[in-house]
Design a protein around this ligand. Structure first.
Ligand code: SF4
Length: 444
């Protein structure tokens, strides 16, 4: 592996000196306050050891971050139609495909802020359609925000102030340290004690164990189908406004239980409804999310209440934010008309491929090797982690480095308000999405 890295380094890439490796390579280097890029909550307290290039998460880890940081860097090289080539040849091949293309699709978009800025520039230059691999989840929120607006909060506010937290359709188990980092705190700014917090779950098949406080206080659980969560929340909305509901139960939940929860919501000093748009995988999920946001708005007349969306994996929040601040629109956008044309449904990866509206595909995934790049019958370029296994042979493949592991960068956290700096914790023979796209832009 060492030999391969050296060969690759010399032949294809210029790698910045990694300060932690500058002295004796046998030394163990410890890097503190590392931001983990492997899910949207971006824990920024990891402690990582690098011993002779071998990375170990030694503090504040979860199974996902441990696996992702500690996996060995596999050998891979740029390829054109499966044949090994130099990085330069691969970049030339990308330029040739994009030059020929009338409307390319840039999808996946699993990259950091720097990579996404290059994506935007290239999209402008080539007239591309943009969509993220988690585009379906992203637009569920966007549709609500653009329609009636919302009031949302941050992880810090939940940690320091929230005394009632309602998990609607999610148990946050895909965000493995959410409860540790945000809910069951060792300390909070305003001395909010854990036992003063009340946790509520609404939904089906939720693992509610994490909602039991360290002293054993149990959460309230309202079991219902995901499709019925909106009905429950709109009934709660009616109850908090003072309406009486003339049935005994809604979606299998007794009205008395809903009335009790409505009282708790009004009495809370700072209530929060948490949802995960990816997990609300039901038709018109945006209407359910809109129910969350509308009850929040009503409750702010009598107390403090806010919504909180859990998501942002694979740089989704970052891609959406960079697209919004540079084009004026969130994803999904088409640059082919000479101006950014936003359409959340029309420009989905699925749709434009199915309708043959695009004639080349550039798929980007620099965090996860398991991203289901679509198999398309058009020239396809894949920039992905070196361990990515594809079930097809793309026209061009370039293994890329991972932001926050192999190079520095910035990512936006799921609450969209904080951009966290990413550190480099090891040397990698692979180059970044930012660098590859910059070269494409210069050459095309
Ligand atoms: S919870 Fe998410 S951000 Fe935090 S360490 Fe685990 S994978 Fe990384």
């Amino acid at each position: 592996m060492q030999q391969f890295a050296q060969h690759y380094n010399n032949k294809y890439l210029k790698i910045k000196e990694l300060s932690l490796d500058k002295t004796s390579s046998s030394k163990v280097r410890t890097i503190r306050n590392v931001t983990c890029p492997f899910c949207g909550i971006l824990c920024d307290d990891l402690v990582i050891q690098n011993q002779n290039g071998k990375v170990k998460v030694i503090e504040n880890r979860c199974p996902k971050s441990t696996t992702a940081f500690e996996k060995e860097l596999p050998e891979n090289t740029p390829k054109i139609k499966g044949k090994k080539v130099s990085l330069e040849e691969a970049i030339d091949a990308i330029c040739a495909i994009l030059k020929k293309s009338h409307t390319p699709l840039f999808a996946g978009l699993g990259t950091d802020a720097g990579g996404m800025r290059q994506v935007m520039q290239l999209a402008d230059k080539t007239g591309a359609v943009l969509d993220h691999m988690h585009g379906d989840a992203l637009i569920r929120n966007t549709l609500v925000l653009q329609d009636l607006g919302w009031i949302t909060t941050t992880m810090a506010e939940i940690k320091n102030r929230a005394d009632l937290i309602i998990f609607a359709g999610t148990d946050a188990s895909h965000y493995l340290r959410f409860f540790e980092r945000v809910i069951w705190n060792k300390q909070s700014l305003f001395n909010l004690k854990n036992d003063k917090r009340h946790i509520v779950y609404i939904g089906e098949n939720l693992n509610t164990k994490a909602g039991i406080s360290p002293t054993g206080k149990r959460p309230t659980v309202l079991n219902c189908k995901t499709e019925q969560i909106g009905e429950i929340i709109s009934s709660l909305h009616a109850i908090v406004t003072g309406a009486s509901i003339d049935v005994k139960e809604i979606a299998g939940i007794k009205i008395k239980t809903l009335e009790k929860l409505a009282e708790q919501m009004k009495a809370a000093k700072y209530g929060v409804i948490v949802w995960s748009p990816a997990e609300l995988d039901i038709p018109h999920a945006e209407l359910t999310i809109q129910n969350f946001c509308e009850i929040v708005k009503y409750l702010t007349r009598v107390t403090r209440f806010a919504g909180f969306s859990l998501g942002g994996n694979d740089g989704a929040t970052t891609a959406n934010s960079v697209c919004a601040w540079q084009s004026g629109y969130p994803l999904r956008v088409n640059f082919n008309k000479g101006y950014p044309d936003y359409d959340a449904h029309h420009y989905s990866t699925r749709n434009v491929l199915k309708n043959k509206e695009v004639d080349a595909l550039l798929w980007i995934s620099s965090f996860s090797s398991n991203t289901n790049a679509p198999r398309a019958s058009i020239p396809t370029i894949v920039l992905a982690t070196p361990d990515t296994k594809l079930n097809f042979r793309p026209d061009v493949f370039i293994p890329v480095s991972t932001p926050g592991v192999d190079h520095t960068g910035q990512l936006f956290r799921t609450d969209s308000v904080v951009a966290l700096p990413l550190k480099q914790v090891r040397r990698s023979p692979y180059t970044s999405v930012h660098s590859i796209l910059k070269q494409v832009i210069e050459k095309i």
